[in-house]
Design a protein. Structure first.
Length: 239
């Protein structure tokens, strides 16, 4: 009887310790910035699938590329959006209005409106993330302001990146009076910029370079062609 009580006591104690440790295993899935006050040794990591502790030998590059996610998303995606949306606007308007002034005004309006839209959208989005993570930290009693995302930084970076991308088609079309030459030069410059932005995003994120670049390029071609064709159709039917 005593042996049975001892075994039961040992099992209860073991399960209690495991249950108390459970939040520490779960916290990386809820918020990577929260560690519940636990200080792990430098060579310690957690296998989330198996729950086992894995010792690493310290060799090789263990840089966490997810740390780049915030500014990489704001910068590269913002530049791609500015490049492609402005180019598509200019191509679409150019399908029915072939003078250079109209295309340039369209591009400038797209740059200003798009940069403002990106800035406000990024500010609202990152502030929502900020509030969620801050609330989680307060519930856990471990508030670390330096671990929270910066909404103003993300908003500014997104707006600037959009404007930089939008300048590419504007500069490509600014000094060419002939419509067909202007359109061809602009599409060629935009295509090159799409490849560069796709390659840059893949390189910084350690993704396949060629596949990512081609995906961005083909998507850009489709967007410009679709905008051109649809605008032409709307003008033709007189809507």
């Amino acid at each position: 009887m005593d042996a049975r009580i001892q075994v039961q006591s040992y099992v209860d104690s073991y399960l209690s310790r495991r249950w108390n440790q459970f939040p520490y295993y779960l916290s990386p899935l809820v918020s990577p910035s929260i560690n519940h006050g636990v200080v792990y040794p430098p060579d310690f990591s957690i296998n989330v699938e198996g729950g086992d502790q894995v010792e690493e030998d310290g060799s090789g590059d263990h840089f966490d590329y997810t740390q780049r996610a915030q500014w990489l998303r704001a910068a590269v995606l913002g530049a791609n959006d500015g490049l492609l949306s402005t180019a598509s606007l200019m191509v679409g308007v150019g399908a029915v209005r072939k003078d250079v002034n109209t295309m340039m005004l369209t591009g400038v309006a797209g740059l200003v409106g798009g940069a403002c839209s990106m800035a406000i959208g990024e500010l609202v989005s990152v502030y929502a993330q900020y509030d969620i993570e801050l609330s989680q930290m307060k519930r856990e009693g471990n508030v670390q302001i330096n671990k929270l995302p910066n909404p103003y930084y993300a908003s500014f970076a997104s707006a600037v990146a959009f404007a930089v991308g939008a300048l590419v088609p504007l500069l490509g079309a600014a000094f060419i009076n002939d419509y067909e030459v202007r359109l061809g030069v602009m599409v060629a410059i935009v295509s090159l910029a799409l490849v560069v932005f796709g390659w840059l995003g893949a390189f910084l994120g350690k993704a396949p370079l060629v596949k990512s670049s081609l995906r961005v390029l083909i998507g850009g071609w489709f967007a410009m062609a679709f905008t051109f064709g649809l605008t032409k159709l709307v003008d033709h039917v007189g809507l």
